[in-house]
Design a protein around this ligand. Structure first.
Ligand SMILES: Cc1ncc(COP(=O)(O)O)c(C=O)c1O
Length: 478
């Protein structure tokens, strides 16, 4: 088994469905995740009724393109710890954890009790509460940030960080890496996650690939796609148009492409180059923040960016997000750059973040998350090895991917060369066996503290083993 080089201080180790295609052929074909659960394999009666009802009033029957899985769309009833139940009562071990937020586990009583006590004092005043000050203080204590502000979503956080970088530098252009997802504002939806990587253009001259219609040409022109782990390519971009580049925004771990890690020296190189050309470095830590280390990827890799964005794990599922960074850069607020939001810092989100971040700071929750991930990897690795299949774990145990490949990909294009169809078949098979990873190889498994409970890890491994055998048999039958 190949093991991806781990960043310093981690354990050795290992995506997201796309909006449905409403795109002209020149843009990213964006199919749904493979919706091929045998329709009768799991009880689906109530969910199908919910789907048909929802379709009448909600496009795709959901509130997010990422959840629109056609007739296989899952309608949830409840979650507890590391488990989730659909509307028909089927229990699954949850390996999606809401695309990452529920790091402690669903319906965590420590957080929920605190939030419900605080919310009785009222939620939204468009005035500032002490809860919000506590959140900013905790972020500044746990990360490199000198100052922070709350937003409601990761999308808002990256949008505001980009604007501040533009305001601070007086420049317009933003470099982003292919295969990285920074939310759903226009500046983020360039060269994200096409299934056919040829749409990204020549790797030495990547094209600006808009994800879906509605993104103005003028906005596209301000975003420069780059290839992850390719410092030479980044240097060519800076030498060509460095004086116009306000910032490089990067997911330090390619969290939306199976957690592919930066190669040694890459993040250091990006940091040095941004300094050399007077641009800012924005770490998008929406997935990695408070998950891969208490101080996020900045701490894990020992790199200090100028700005960072946080969401997901800071709220354990409550809609809490933030951006923060260097005092002089954040000092663009409130006078020089616009930022606001009726719900920014609302009591529910701020109370949740205060409690979650305190738990992260004061307990070994992240150690438990990492140990759970390592135990899953050990069991799954043994299962795959017994069948003699090449594979690598990508990412870190708290957030890992499984690739069936000899050669560890360095960037998003490399994912296409892995046997991701096999992974997708296994993931679907796991659903039938009571575990729910995202049925798309690009989304990592999200591990939570509550996965340590009972026999959850054993059940994940057993589900994986059964699903792998079934996928291999189906393949052998052709
Ligand atoms: C790295 C990253 N940035 C930004 C976002 C957008 O966050 P949100 O869905 O809260 O708008 C996501 C969501 O998955 C993400 O993974």
């Amino acid at each position: 088994m190949a093991i991806q080089t781990s960043p310093p201080g981690t354990f050795p180790t290992a995506r997201r469905s796309r909006p449905p295609a409403a795109n002209p052929p020149s843009q990213a074909a964006a199919p749904l995740p493979p919706a091929a659960l045998p329709p009768t394999a799991l009880p689906r009666e109530r969910q199908l009724a919910a789907y048909r009802r929802a379709l009448r009033s909600m496009p795709g029957g959901t509130d997010s393109n990422f959840r629109a899985w056609g007739e296989d769309t899952i309608y949830v009833d409840r979650g507890l710890g590391g488990r989730v139940w659909d509307l028909d009562g089927t229990e699954f071990i949850d390996l999606r954890m809401g695309y990452g937020p529920a790091i402690l586990g669903h319906a965590d009583q420590r957080v929920d009790d605190y939030v419900s006590e605080r919310m009785r004092r009222g939620i939204s005043f468009s005035l500032t509460s002490e809860d919000e000050i506590s959140v900013a203080e905790l972020i500044c204590e746990m990360t490199f940030c000198d100052m922070a502000r709350m937003t409601v979503s990761g999308t808002e956080a990256t949008m505001h960080a980009i604007r501040i970088a533009r305001g601070f530098t007086g420049r317009d252009r933003i470099v982003k890496f292919e295969g990285q997802y920074h939310g759903v504002h226009d500046y983020a939806l360039i060269s994200v996650l096409p299934t056919d990587v040829s749409h990204l253009g020549d790797r030495d001259e990547p094209v600006r690939l808009a994800w879906g219609r509605g993104i103005p040409e003028a906005i596209k022109e301000t975003v420069i796609p780059a290839v992850y782990n390719d410092l030479d390519g980044l240097r060519r971009i800076f030498e060509r148009e460095g004086e116009h580049i306000a910032a490089v925004i990067i997911e330090p771990i390619l969290g939306n492409a199976q957690g592919i890690l930066a190669q040694p020296g890459f993040l250091e190189g990006v940091r040095a180059m941004t300094r050399e050309f007077g641009a800012l470095l924005i770490f998008d830590e929406v997935k990695t923040g408070f998950r891969v280390a208490k101080g996020g990827a900045a701490e894990l890799f020992g790199i200090t960016p100028d700005l960072a964005t946080y969401a997901k794990a800071m709220g354990n599922g409550y809609p809490a997000a933030a951006f923060g960074g260097r005092r002089d850069v954040m000092g663009m607020l409130p006078k020089h750059v616009s930022h606001g939001g009726t719900y920014a810092g609302n009591r529910v989100a701020a109370a949740a973040a205060t409690r979650v971040l305190s738990i992260m700071r004061d307990t070994d929750a992240l150690g438990t998350v990492a140990r759970n991930g390592l135990a899953m990897q050990a069991g799954i690795g043994a299962v795959i090895e017994r069948r003699g299949l090449p594979h690598v774990f990508t990412g870190v145990p708290q957030m890992f991917g499984i690739m069936f490949t000899e050669q560890l990909p360095a960037d998003y294009r490399g994912w296409a060369a892995t046997d991701h169809e096999l992974y997708d078949d296994v993931a679907r098979g796991m659903f039938l066996r009571g575990a729910m990873p995202e049925p798309d190889s690009r989304e990592p498994w999200f591990v939570c503290e509550a996965h340590a409970e009972g026999d959850i890890i054993d059940r994940v491994i057993t589900a994986f083993e059964g699903a792998l055998d079934s996928a291999l048999e189906a393949r052998a039958r052709g």
